[in-house]
Design a protein around this ligand. Structure first.
Ligand SMILES: Cc1cc2nc3c(=O)[nH]c(=O)nc-3n(C[C@H](O)[C@H](O)[C@H](O)COP(=O)(O)OP(=O)(O)OC[C@H]3O[C@@H](n4cnc5c(N)ncnc54)[C@H](O)[C@@H]3O)c2cc1C
Ligand SMILES: NC(=O)c1ccc[n+]([C@@H]2O[C@H](COP(=O)([O-])OP(=O)(O)OC[C@H]3O[C@@H](n4cnc5c(N)ncnc54)[C@H](O)[C@@H]3O)[C@@H](O)[C@H]2O)c1
Ligand code: SF4
Ligand code: FES
Length: 803
């Protein structure tokens, strides 16, 4: 039988999902051809925000790689735009002149960003935020420029602004409405959101209309309607999107705001369908993936002739992807004479919750500061659940926590866990009972967590809850990079089992897809190999990131910064004199105190590095490394009247013991001699607080982008116990964390109780400390090693003459 020819125009999230759904029903019914204007295989557009915010790499957001198309016999034409559909002869024509016939055609051309039609919008440095190209423009601009303006305080604008802040830019959001995200929030939630984002460093100009882009070739600023101006060397326009109907219009396919479709996604032209943001269903073009994926499913069933319910429209829910901010909104949350709201507002903790009822039916909700109940409320809204008077009172209380059970445990089987993909708790439980044992396997099996990733935590909890004692946190599988399908744990196990000794050997033996590996796996393998074989493994310098290769942090202008070790933040006149002499001799332009209580010499020329290290004759402070950075201390009992312990003494001892230790990511410690915690022990990877008769040990704290207070691991009595617990804890982190996973993320993933159960086991603790001792026994100061080795100096610093 001849296969029917199915053409998809638009290689994006909705169109390719429709093809995936078709393939699930029938692998052989169609000969499939896909055209995409972008030069990439289908990628997760949603995660561009996470790429900009530094949480994900561009290389990690591919949804369907080139092999997927090949393996499914799909002909893919990337970088090729369909310019016309000849509906009479049933063929499409592309910008390269290609002509292809179809039996069935899907238009999934997505949206185009709305660009304000005001003078100067074409200037260099003005960009939308829609695709990889736009993301690259922003990433590049942040390297050279400082001031960014984002026009539009909606979901996209705020996620862009957070990303640009993370990239070190000074960011102002210009917004037309009197409060942020006015399409998703009410004024109270909008204002709370603004306050939170202001705390994070974002600036806002509300009720402000942009009238002109200033500057010559490149944008230099904005002029507003009230005559005021703002300097900006990068402007991101995020003022909404419009369905991309250009092709449909040019081909006489009926359009309104979007391409008009019925409940089976059929356009008004026979054999032509439309799905995704370009489609207008019952007057609505949707702009979030959940409804688009529902459409894709119905379309696929219809195309394959299987029974399907019609697509009848969707209720929407949204969540902002900005770390440290919990915002949720769903359904119709506006208040009018027809609807009534119940609100809870805890001003002290910044938590605001509102549900909106029509009669006794729940139709909308807004949550700020605590969105854990979002899924439950969304399910109720979708069902227009009827709630009684008693339920009204408790509806905004977290049911799970009050009853002492986890939230997932309290959810019903039909409640949705993954909003983007419409996956219920029941479906995930079935997948787990069918053999899935990790979040990644559940993703592959049910699509839950495959889009925005916001439900990953809940999926993990459900996994833990369903598997009970069979759950193994360390077994959560995620491939370490796109060069392999193996997870970190599998790679580590294989290295141990096969006795692999070099990164190339690992790649070769474990069947890496790319011979050279990539910038993600090479440093990771180098770390895992050293962690497993601390004595024999010879560090592969070329596999390291530039700062670690050079043992100094590269600066914007190509010079380096040098931070000598200063144990416990304590120094003396001799060391300060030496530093001063080095600064003079090498004309180092800036000397700066760091937050970790040390001295940073900034602006050292590359060729001066070994000479500066030699003259300083101080150990490396590893300010560049994935290793122990600093141990910050307060003055403690020797000088402070509140001190109950010797914080400086313990800090120095810890730093001397663990200096140079290679860890999956940087590790910072702090020691305070009383609960006032002047050294900020609560926000360090490991923090120690002196109490009467001992020490409290806090772990998993972080004061960076993802602020997290430390969890109390143990209270101990002696310094010896502090040293032992620290060694065992750090070694367990070294052995089980993913490379580049901070302790804060690791502890969230594996759980504090799990780590405590390992350290409580005397035998395991002993083994961990023994492996730590072995690792520490081979440490050599890298600066000294380089200075003493003419060969390494030559390799790293060609043309340097040591004198
Ligand atoms: C930064 C960002 C963050 C987002 N975050 C979220 C989120 O958290 N949650 C959420 O639900 N949604 C989010 N969205 C929206 C979500 O990404 C979109 O709803 C989704 O990608 C739409 O899918 P689509 O297939 O309709 O369109 P697209 O993904 O845009 O795909 C359309 C594709 O068709 C191509 N194309 C267009 N015309 C032609 C032609 N004539 N010939 C060939 N190819 C053509 C385009 O180049 C494009 O690649 C976000 C969007 C962005 C930009
Ligand atoms: N987390 C998420 O779910 C997420 C994240 C990013 C993007 N998206 C989706 O991507 C699409 C685009 O997002 P968006 O935020 O651009 O669209 P949007 O329409 O939701 O918001 C645009 C915002 O820009 C403001 N605005 C309009 N004109 C303006 C002007 N001249 N000056 C200043 N402000 C102006 C509007 O008041 C509005 O709040 C939407 O469909 C959105 O749902 C979703
Ligand atoms: S933490 Fe306590 S002991 Fe240390 S300096 Fe502060 S007040 Fe003094
Ligand atoms: S909620 Fe977005 S991927 Fe699950």
């Amino acid at each position: 039988m001849n296969k029917k020819k199915l053409i998809l125009v638009g290689n994006g999230m909705a169109g390719v999902r429709a093809i995936e759904e078709v393939l699930k029903i029938s692998k052989d019914e169609f000969e499939i051809t896909i055209f995409g204007s972008e030069p990439h295989p289908n990628y997760n557009r949603i995660l561009l925000s996470k790429v900009l915010q530094g949480d994900t790499k561009l290389s990690d957001i591919t949804l369907n790689d080139w092999d997927w198309y090949k393996n499914n016999n799909i002909t893919l034409h990337t970088g090729e735009t369909v310019t016309n559909v000849d509906t009479e002869n049933k063929r499409v024509i592309t910008d390269s002149g290609r002509v292809e016939e179809y039996d069935e055609l899907i238009l999934a051309t997505g949206s185009v960003p709305f660009m304000l039609p005001i003078p100067g919008a074409e200037k260099e440095g003005v960009t939308a935020f829609r695709d990889i190209k736009d993301t690259d423009i922003m990433l590049e601009a942040s390297q050279k420029y400082k001031k960014a303006a984002v026009i539009g305080g909606g979901l996209l604008g705020l996620e862009a602004a957070r990303g640009l802040l993370n990239l070190g830019m000074d960011v102002t959001v210009i917004h037309l409405a009197p409060f942020l995200m006015e399409r998703q929030l009410d004024p109270t939630a909008g204002k709370l959101l603004q306050q939170e984002l202001e705390k994070q460093g974002m600036k806002f100009l509300l009720e402000t209309q942009t009238e002109q882009f200033l500057g010559e070739e490149r944008v230099a600023g904005l002029k507003f309607k009230d005559g005021t101006t703002l300097d900006a060397d990068l402007v991101v326009m995020a003022v909404g999107i419009k369905p991309n109907i250009e092709l449909a219009k040019a081909s006489n396919i009926a359009v309104n705001r979007g391409i008009i479709v019925n409940d089976y996604l059929q356009t008004e032209t026979p054999h032509i369908y439309s799905v995704g943001e370009c489609a207008e269903h019952r007057g609505i073009p949707y702009g979030l993936v959940a409804p688009l994926y529902e459409q894709a499913k119905v379309l696929a069933s219809h195309l394959c002739g299987t029974d399907t319910k019609p697509y009848e429209g969707s209720v929407l829910s949204t969540q902002l992807k900005v770390s440290g901010v919990e915002v949720f909104s769903a359904g119709d949350f506006t208040e009018d004479s027809d609807k009534k709201a119940i609100k809870v507002f805890d001003e002290q903790d910044g938590v605001y919750k509102k549900i909106v009822l029509r009669g006794s039916k729940i139709v909308g909700a807004v949550l700020f500061g605590d969105s854990k109940e979002g899924n439950r409320l969304f399910s109720m809204i979708q069902k227009e659940a009827d709630i009684s008077d008693t339920e009204k009172i408790t509806i905004l209380q977290p049911i799970g926590e009050d009853a002492g059970v986890s939230l997932v445990a309290s959810m019903g089987a039909d409640e949705i866990i993954c909003g983007c993909n419409g996956v219920s708790k029941g479906t995930i439980v079935e997948a787990i009972q069918g053999g899935c044992t990790s979040v990644d396997e559940i993703k592959a099996c049910t699509s839950a967590s495959r889009s925005c990733g916001g439900c990953k935590g809940l999926v993990g909890e459900l996994l833990q809850h369903t598997l009970g004692s069979d759950f193994d946190a360390s077994q959560q599988k995620e491939a370490i990079c796109s060069c392999t399908t193996l997870s970190r744990d599998e790679v580590v196990e294989e290295i141990k089992a096969k006795g692999l000794k070099h990164t190339r050997e690992v790649m070769n033996v474990l069947g890496w897809k790319s011979e050279e590996g990539c910038s993600k796996c090479r440093p990771a393998l180098n770390y895992y190999l050293a962690m497993i074989n601390p004595i024999e493994y010879k560090d592969e310098r070329d596999s390291r990131f530039v700062n670690e290769r050079m043992h100094a942090n590269i600066q914007k202008d190509g010079t380096y910064s040098v931070v000598p070790r200063m144990y416990g933040g304590v120094t003396n006149a001799n060391d300060l004199r030496t530093i001063a002499d080095v600064v003079d001799k090498y004309e180092i332009p800036l000397v700066k105190l760091t937050g970790g209580q040390r001295i940073d010499l900034i602006g050292v020329k590359k060729e001066d590095l070994p000479k500066v290290w030699g003259d300083l004759d101080m150990p490396s402070g590893f300010a560049y490394g994935k290793s122990l950075r600093t141990v910050k201390t307060c003055v403690g009992e020797q000088f402070c009247r509140f001190g109950t312990q010797d914080s400086m003494g313990l800090g120095i001892r810890l730093e001397q013991k663990f200096e140079g230790l290679q860890t999956p990511h940087k590790v910072k410690m702090a020691v305070s001699a009383c609960p006032r915690s002047c050294a900020e022990s609560g926000f360090k990877d490991i923090g120690f607080i002196g109490i009467d008769g001992g020490w409290e040990i806090y772990v998993g704290g972080n004061g960076g982008t993802h602020v997290r207070g430390g969890d109390l691991l143990y209270k101990v009595q002696t310094e010896e116990e502090v040293m032992e617990v620290t060694a065992a804890y750090l070694q367990y982190y070294r052995e089980t964390a993913n490379y580049l996973e901070r302790t804060s993320a690791w502890i969230d993933r594996v759980g504090l109780a799990h780590v405590q159960s390992i350290l409580d086991d005397k035998q395991k603790r002993k083994e961990l400390t023994a492996r730590m001792e072995e690792t520490l026994s081979v440490y050599k100061d890298p600066w000294k090693e380089i200075v003493e080795s003419e060969k390494t100096t030559k390799e790293l610093f060609a043309n340097v003459v040591m004198s």
